[in-house]
Write a protein that binds this ligand. Structure first.
Ligand SMILES: [Fe+2]
Length: 189
């Protein structure tokens, strides 16, 4: 099974190279690294966690995912478990009843949305890749950050994200305050 991991890593790396700059190979590598770190405490199946993290960005491409899994020659039950881990890597699909490996991979991906780094990465993606107007991009960033923050599934993920969450809350509070000062200034002119 472990020999398939290298194959999964190569195939996933090629897939990330075709994604936008905010979901590129570095994003894949960081999610793998977060997932393995979270798993040190959460004790999921290490193969499923690492392979699931490499494959997580296929969540919107189930046909390509199935093809990659078939090509690796993994046993059907392992392949099915990986498919499910990737499918569940969405805030509206992950739940308490999901396998621990899916929760770990979800939290690892969510770490990419936390804190100041998460705000700038998501905002830049909304502006450059999704082509949203600035106000809409900012609102969408705040919404998605709050959603992923609330959905963190493991105690380890929540602990890892704690200080980043504090930073983000402070940032949004400061932004709200500066916006209310500017609107008061406009009204007084
Ligand atoms: Fe991702």
């Amino acid at each position: 099974m472990w020999e398939c991991l290298r194959d999964i890593q190569i195939k996933a790396s090629l897939f990330y190279l075709k994604q936008d700059p905010y979901h590129n190979l570095k994003h894949g590598e960081r999610v793998v690294s977060y997932a393995m770190k979270i798993n040190q405490s959460e004790k999921g199946n290490p193969f499923l966690v690492e392979a699931g993290a490499w494959l997580h960005q296929y969540h919107d491409h189930p046909d390509q995912l199935r093809q990659v899994l078939t090509e690796t020659g993994l046993e059907q039950d392992v392949s099915d478990q990986l498919f499910e881990i990737v499918r569940l890597c969405r805030p509206h699909l992950i739940s308490e009843s999901s396998p621990i490996e899916a929760k770990i991979v979800f939290d690892a991906d969510a770490m990419e949305l936390m804190g100041a780094y998460g705000i700038s990465r998501e905002l830049a993606c909304n502006l450059e890749t999704r082509k949203l107007p600035y106000d809409h991009a900012l609102t969408a960033t705040r919404k998605v950050q709050s959603l992923f923050e609330k959905k963190l599934m493991t105690a380890t993920g929540r602990a890892m994200a704690r200080s980043d969450i504090r930073t983000a809350h402070q940032f949004w509070k400061n932004l709200d305050e500066s916006e209310s000062i500017s609107s008061a200034h406009v009204l007084n002119q």
